[in-house]
Design a protein around this ligand. Structure first.
Ligand code: SF4
Length: 370
């Protein structure tokens, strides 16, 4: 098989590596020995703790995760205790970390480990991928970090490093590029010291090969890197073409009674399942929030005039939410069948597992004053 061309960046679609790429693992390992970060989940080979940290780190920074990781282990020190907990308790503890499907998958996976694997995490990439929320890269990370298996990872950081190292001239999420990136990730992963190599390449992406301004002069791979050689480190990875995002318009009501506000829990399944929110209502095409609130004020036995608190924009993976906020004093609010709802003080609301957009709504309320 051919090696990647050395004359210019090309559409490399070949999994062979030139001889010098054998240096990637030793260079990374030596750098990790000097510069590796001390993180709470690095002191353990316990697959439960490693799995927990890997799920939390998906789409989230190390800084945001550390406190959650420690609180989670404080509440659920073992996979059995996590599996036995009510889903609502898991979601409440996850509040603020975002991407809540992870919390639901975490709970479902813990139950699977207890029921199907007798409480012991499987040690192969194939079996690990059967756990809800565990894709190939997370399975590779658990296999490498907990069991020292020669398993590659391809998370966002590693994807970016490989696109630059080999100057990949393809959108990195295309299916051809995806296959190629996995082949490179596999070819670079060493047989020995897989645990440290995996931590090292994660650290390189998090601290040196940064998305916007990679710190190439401090990079242990700078002599091998094709993007650096051709001055492409800021252009790669190539950007994906983004699709237009639909907009959903809603009205959220901060219903107030004697200084307490009504919130309700979303159903356990579906988008943002199990999280809390203020009562909210879709706005029809062309309908304004002011028009809708006039109708609602009658239905909800309003005890005063609605007060507009502003508008919130919140981005989800497949739509953008435009949320109008009103505070409305009410004398009573009817119980909606099968919905868990309660009145909370402002202080209690700050402790509640509100989902992201409604957390922003609470901030508006707190900043608005009485
Ligand atoms: S040299 Fe620069 S672009 Fe290349 S891998 Fe290192 S940090 Fe990334």
């Amino acid at each position: 098989m051919r090696a990647p061309h050395r004359g210019a960046p090309t559409e490399i679609m070949d999994d062979s590596l030139p001889f010098e790429y054998c240096q990637v693992a030793p260079l990374l390992l030596a750098w990790y020995g000097r510069e590796g970060r001390e993180l709470p989940w690095r002191q353990t080979r316990d697959p439960y703790r490693i799995w927990l940290s890997e799920i939390m780190l998906q789409q989230t920074t190390v800084t945001a995760v550390i406190g959650y990781y420690q609180r989670f282990l404080g509440s659920f020190p073992t996979v059995e205790q996590l599996a036995a907990a009510p889903l609502a308790a898991v979601i409440d503890l996850w509040a603020g970390l975002g991407y809540y499907a992870r919390a639901r998958n975490l709970h479902a996976a813990a139950i699977m480990v207890v029921e199907e694997f007798a409480g012991s995490f499987p040690d192969t990439v194939e079996e690990l991928q059967r756990l809800p929320g565990v894709g190939r890269s997370t399975a590779g990370a658990i296999a490498a970090l907990a069991f020292d298996k020669q398993a590659p990872i391809l998370d966002g950081n590693v994807r970016r490093i490989l696109c630059r190292l080999f100057a990949l001239q393809q959108p990195p999420r295309s299916s051809a590029a995806e296959k190629q990136l996995w082949r490179w990730a596999e070819a670079l992963t060493p047989e020995a010291q897989v645990h440290d190599y995996t931590q090292a390449i994660m650290d390189l992406g998090a601290t040196i090969c940064l998305p916007r301004k990679p710190l190439c002069t401090a990079c242990p791979l700078r002599e091998l890197c094709q993007a650096r050689r051709f001055g492409l480190e800021q252009q790669l990875p190539l950007k994906q073409k983004s699709k237009p995002v639909p907009v959903r318009r809603e009205l959220a009501l901060l219903l107030e009674n004697a200084g307490r506000y009504l919130a309700r829990r979303r159903p356990a399944s579906g988008l943002l399942g199990g999280l809390w929110e203020f009562p909210s209502y879709s706005l029809a095409e062309g309908q304004t929030a002011a028009e809708r609130i006039v109708l609602l004020a009658g239905e909800l036995a309003a005890a005063g005039e609605p007060v507009e608190l502003g508008t919130i924009q919140h981005i989800y993976s497949h739509f953008r939410l435009e949320l109008k906020l009103y505070r409305l004093p009410v004398s009573v609010f009817p119980q909606v069948a099968e919905v868990e709802q309660e009145w909370f003080s402002k202080v209690e609301l700050t402790q509640l597992a509100l989902h992201g957009a409604h957390k922003k709504a609470l901030d508006k309320l707190l900043n608005f004053g009485d």
